[in-house]
Design a protein around this ligand. Structure first.
Ligand SMILES: [Fe+2]
Ligand SMILES: [Fe+2]
Length: 196
């Protein structure tokens, strides 16, 4: 089967669009985090933004392999979520939800179709992206839990905090409001993530 005539070809186009949108949605999130003074949180989200860019890039690359000619247009008929308002904590929760939908539903379905149509390399791409989206899901869930419970910079036991701006370290339950060395705000204290 020619890629151009397959369902996989359309799925690649849908998933390229989906990843471009995820990238932009997470850029909204990063923008919101930075605006509210959570510089280190914004940096973590920005890494996810770059991951989604690279997922989009790989879907695009596989689409290009279908033809040496210029691909002028691919019609896709599908839906995408528009759930986020400008609420940082709620948007973290929604992001975790969207990632779960990707790695448990959309990409496994598209992988199955790619396998059935004989595109094993594309099926492998889906397998690898599923692994990353499941990590994104865990990350957003962790960030949502910490932000909603107010434990992002306040723990039950003393932990070692580190200023991302100057490297100052101190062990305490709660991170400093202003760095005693460089005066950076609390949002520049590096986060304690579950998976690190
Ligand atoms: Fe992605
Ligand atoms: Fe993701």
């Amino acid at each position: 089967m020619k890629l151009e005539e397959s369902k996989t070809f359309i799925n690649l186009a849908k998933d390229f669009a989906g990843e471009c949108q995820a990238r932009t949605r997470y850029k909204f999130l990063e923008y919101g985090a930075r605006k509210e003074g959570y510089g280190c949180l914004a940096e973590i989200i920005d890494k996810v933004v770059y991951n989604e860019f690279n997922h989009a890039r790989m879907f695009y690359t596989f689409i290009q392999r279908a033809s040496k000619e210029q691909i002028k247009n691919i019609d896709i008929d599908t839906g995408y979520p528009f759930k986020q308002k400008w609420d940082l904590i709620e948007n973290l929760r929604i992001s975790a939800e969207d990632e779960e939908h990707e790695f448990t539903k959309i990409y496994p379905e598209h992988r199955k179709i790619a396998e059935e149509e004989g595109f094993s390399e594309i099926a492998d791409l889906y397998t690898n992206i599923i692994q990353v989206e499941s990590c994104h899901h865990k990350l957003f869930t962790d960030l949502y839990n910490q932000m909603s419970k107010g434990t992002i910079y306040k723990k039950a036991k003393p932990v070692k905090w580190k200023c991302a701006a100057c490297g100052y370290e101190h062990t305490s339950e709660e991170a400093w409001k202003v760095c005693p060395l460089c005066l950076a705000p609390q949002g520049m204290v590096m986060l304690k993530l579950k998976d690190e």
